[in-house]
Design a protein around this ligand. Sequence first.
Ligand SMILES: NC(=O)c1ccc[n+]([C@@H]2O[C@H](COP(=O)([O-])OP(=O)(O)OC[C@H]3O[C@@H](n4cnc5c(N)ncnc54)[C@H](O)[C@@H]3O)[C@@H](O)[C@H]2O)c1
Length: 271
Amino acid sequence: MTTSLKRFAGKVAIVSGGADGMGAACVRQLASEQARVFVLDVKHEMATALAQELSDNGADVTALKADVMDESELRTAIANAIELGGGVDTLINVAGGSASGLVSEIDLGVWDRLYKLNLRSTLTACQCVIPAMRDGGGGSIVTMSSISGLRGDPDWAAYNAMKAAILNMTQSLAWEEGQYGIRVNAICPGPVASERMLATISDAHVAEYAHAIALGRLGKAEELAQAILFLASDQASFVTGTSLVADGGLTASTAQPTSWAKLPRKPAKPI
Ligand SMILES: NC(=O)c1ccc[n+]([C@@H]2O[C@H](COP(=O)([O-])OP(=O)(O)OC[C@H]3O[C@@H](n4cnc5c(N)ncnc54)[C@H](O)[C@@H]3O)[C@@H](O)[C@H]2O)c1
């Protein structure tokens, strides 16, 4: 699903975690909207294949290797993208990941890894683009939070805490950078059927999700890309410091079993 809009013509966009999943869907949509796109990912071969495929079809897409947990590699990749692109208009910071663990038991190494992968890398990427965006008269940043950043979940405290911190940092950054014409917003996806996610949950869990989501199914990466690119684009020119929940209605419910009991159990819809 790509649209025929041309909101990013002449703009330079950097997408971290752009080789796969929601990041790749953003790259495809940005390319179809004529952006000059830089794909930063630790899966460099996959990013290169995506860049090649899109460039063969007339787009302007470059893959740059970056493990966002490696501060120096991340800073170098973003600096290279800014130099090659002659500036940067948009940062879409998708790279991140999760791990489970009860608060009472969680290994601090896991906690630190999720901090580095999600929060520290987001901070670093923002620091890298801000000077160039200020010099260019503005820009837009979309950070990757999650509905997990809005609530606590048993066994997921580390992930939820990092995504909550990203939301809060997004608000501070929006205030700090608004004076320079830089907008900063967060996206809060609900469950999205990435290959990684489907590999970790059973069919029974997919059916459980279908029941918990008002629209009766998991989201698609392309649907999230549409929400992310709205925030990144000039269509959202008066939107900053906020978060957009795209979760098929999951968090619209307080999930009280007595009210849910009246709903017919929906069959899982195809994704
Ligand atoms: N899938 C979901 O249901 C869901 C829901 C809410 C939020 N999120 C968040 O969305 C983001 C992407 O999720 P997805 O499901 O599309 O994941 P995915 O695994 O399909 O894609 C993530 C991309 O990030 C890259 N990446 C991972 N670690 C990296 C690193 N250290 N350095 C550079 N690149 C790295 C991967 O190679 C991959 O290309 C994550 O931040 C995740 O926490 C996912």
